[in-house]
Design a protein around this ligand. Structure first.
Ligand SMILES: [Zn+2]
Length: 231
């Protein structure tokens, strides 16, 4: 392998390596975390706590209604039981029954509202649960494929890193360093020469340089400084 093609291959290998490592990171993140599912789970927890509060309120109203009914029953028993005969007392008992009955009907209305609220939150909980389980199932379906992709990408990264090391060893540290400086400064260190032009700057490569590049030497473009590679 000529020097120029070794350099070009190193660059290709390093670009692939960079892409594969990036992909690997994304795959690993996708395997470990599912932001959409986490958000759905959080939403479910919050709706469930709203439901709990609504049910608590409903129970409280149920007890109050029960309590008021018991009070009315007690008063009615007194009223019609025959133990109270004093007319004033009877009137007062009747007034108590009326007042508590009014209070009761207000509470009953509130109870109905509370039941409606609980019911609608129950529907929300059901929908949120459904969403969580759908997302979970989709993720579970996706995971084996992701795991395989992760394994194969890891193997590719390993291979590419070996190739990279091998190419660098064969280049030697001086040339590798030169390549690294160029790569750092220009992003792309090695460019092809096509139809006599440097693909880095699009200027014509002088014949002498072109011949050397074609022979596989390590040659820099006279205008942009990139290393030239003739296929
Ligand atoms: Zn150039």
């Amino acid at each position: 392998m000529s020097l120029a093609s070794r350099l070009y291959r190193l660059q290709t290998t390093e670009f692939q390596l960079r892409d594969k490592r990036r992909a690997l990171k994304e795959i690993a993140a996708r395997l470990n975390t599912n932001p959409e599912l986490s958000a759905a789970e959080e939403a479910l927890v919050s709706i469930e706590s709203r439901l709990e509060a609504a049910r608590k309120n409903q129970r409280k109203l149920e007890w109050e209604v029960e309590d008021l009914n018991a009070k009315i029953k007690g008063l009615n028993d007194k009223l019609y039981g025959g133990s109270v005969r004093n007319p004033k007392e009877l009137v007062s008992l009747q007034q108590d029954v009326q007042s508590i009955t009014r209070h009761l009907s207000g509470k009953e209305e509130k109870l109905i509202e509370a039941m409606d609220i609980s019911e609608s939150i129950e529907a929300e909980v059901e929908a949120a649960r459904q969403k969580v389980s759908t997302l979970k199932a989709a993720w579970e379906d996706e995971r084996p494929g992701l795991q395989r992709l992760k394994d194969s990408t890891e193997a590719e990264v390993f291979q590419l890193a070996e190739t990279q090391q091998d190419l660098r060893d064969k280049l030697g540290s001086d040339k590798a360093q030169h390549y690294d400086l160029l790569a750092k400064a220009k992003g792309v260190a090695v460019v092809k020469v096509e139809q006599g032009r440097c693909k880095g700057c699009n200027l014509t490569v002088p014949d002498g340089l072109y011949q050397r590049a074609r022979a596989g030497d390590m040659v820099e473009c006279a205008s942009c400084g990139r290393l030239l590679y003739v296929e």
